[in-house]
Ligand binder design. Structure first.
Ligand code: ADP
Ligand code: MG
Length: 427
């Protein structure tokens, strides 16, 4: 990381993929349109789209057509086709996890902000229709149609800084694409990458990012001399779950960890499905997987990472179809503390998240949840996903996450979450 950051006074924000969650919708729509134009493999189309991520719509369309050698239609016609489809669906787009918190925080502290988006002004209004007026709270806006050259050229960030009335070197840019990072660096600004391309973090480093973070939850404004967030909550741990001395495994033995409360809590649920048989159960850390397709919106409200909260698991006391032998006691509904991971599943062609809670209770003979309805009230964020050098280090970290979850859920502010009617199957 380049230091020092203390001279940063202004924040410049990219829109798509950074503040609003448009990337998946755009990918879906654009790839469907492209596939109609030729017999391309899914991975070729995806690579072409990742190559242009961050560009203005016209520039991106032209570049994708070049890459895929599409010649039977004009750039304008293809752009018109995708725009019409997208215009009908912008309402589906929600904010990126942590974006609302960031905007509110910057606003409250009077930090001047610019939106620097590749989106042309005419599209911006349509895109933001379902977003209640936060764009108006930003200090200035610079749109793709106002500059000569799109990202990776610096024009849009130079214009944003000019409108803020400051030297770009006093600005930090938040960007989700390598092209955007390149543009920010070319403008002389600092750049924080929050990757929307999850399998190629190196591209952000190559683009010159001063820092790469996994999501806006992990943004540490104090590093940049900006007013820090004060909403994380310290959780005192009874004792580290590993009693051995701190080795070189990268896991700290501190007795306090902080968590980020989610406001509002995120509720999601569904029947427990089979996971990937990675043997979590044999490691003593079973995770009850949920099918994410039906809860896409709710799970997208959470950045990849580790969370804690309360779980409600439906019993079979009222289940007329109970197929177990007579005389067996019915299984009651259960409410249990849980620690959960949400992450990207690299096995799927289209990136989708997996949602996997570990219920922090020993279920003994009642420990088969498959097909039972599980509901989760997710109350707080613990940490981003991380790579581990060894399986032992991973398991140790998961146990520590469980300790953090237990500690947090014992605190008054999170304990009450188990009274959430959503978890009680009152319906
Ligand atoms: P899978 O790959 O199918 O998810 P795991 O090895 O992760 O298998 O084990 C998860 C399964 O273990 C759950 O679906 C559930 O049936 C069972 N299970 C038993 N106890 C627990 C628990 N405390 N938390 C989560 N799942 C549990
Ligand atoms: Mg599992």
């Amino acid at each position: 990381m380049t230091t020092p950051f203390a001279k940063v006074t202004h924040v410049i924000l990219d829109l798509d993929g950074t503040l609003i969650n448009t990337e998946q919708l755009v990918d879906e729509v654009v790839s469907a349109v492209l596939h109609k134009r030729g017999d391309f493999t899914a991975s070729r189309v995806r690579k072409a789209m990742e190559h242009v991520r961050g560009m203005r719509p016209g520039d991106g369309t032209r570049a994708v057509m070049d890459l895929l050698e599409i010649t039977d239609v004009s750039v304008d016609a293809l752009l018109a086709e995708t725009s019409a489809l997208l215009d009908a669906r912008w309402g589906e787009v929600s904010m990126m996890p942590g974006a609302r918190r960031l905007l509110d925080h910057l606003h409250v502290h009077g930090v001047k902000t610019a939106l620097a988006t590749s989106t042309p002004a005419a599209f911006l209004a349509k895109k933001m229709l379902s977003h209640d007026g936060w764009v108006e709270r930003l200090s200035v806006v610079a749109t793709g149609d106002e500059v000569e050259n799109g990202k990776p050229k610096p024009d849009i960030f130079l214009l944003a800084a000019e409108r803020l009335g400051v030297d770009p070197r006093t600005c930090v840019v938040l960007e989700d694409t390598p092209l955007g990072v390149k543009a920010a660096k070319a403008a002389g600004a600092f750049a924080i990458a929050i990757p929307s391309i999850h399998d190629d973090f190196a591209a952000y480093e190559d683009a010159g990012a001063d820092q790469t973070i996994r999501s806006l939850y992990d943004l540490d404004l104090s590093l940049w001399g900006l007013p820090p967030f004060r909403d994380r909550v310290d959780v005192a741990l009874a004792a580290p779950s590993d009693t051995k001395a701190d080795g070189n495994d990268g896991v700290s033995d501190a007795f306090v960890e902080s968590v980020l409360p989610l406001r509002p809590a995120v509720r999601l649920g569904g029947p427990v499905v089979r996971g990937f048989g990675r043997g979590s159960k044999t490691l003593g850390i079973p995770t009850a997987n949920l099918d994410v397709a039906p809860i896409k919106k709710e799970s997208d409200a959470l950045a990849p990472g580790i969370y804690f909260g309360w779980a409600g698991l439906r019993g079979n006391a009222n289940d007329a179809n109970d197929s177990r032998g007579d005389g067996e006691a019915p299984i009651e509904n259960v409410i249990a503390p849980m620690v959960m991971s949400i992450g990207w599943n690299p096995f799927f062609d289209n990136a989708t998240k997996t949602v996997e809670p570990w219920l922090l209770r020993d279920f003994g003979k009642d420990g088969d949840f498959y097909g039972r309805e599980l509901r989760l009230a997710v109350l707080g964020y613990v940490r981003p996903e991380a790579d581990f050098a060894s399986l032992e280090a991973l398991v140790e970290r998961i146990h520590r996450d469980a300790d953090v979850a237990r500690g947090a859920l014992a605190m008054e502010r999170f304990e009450g979450g188990k009274e959430d009617p959503y978890l009680k199957f009152v319906d």
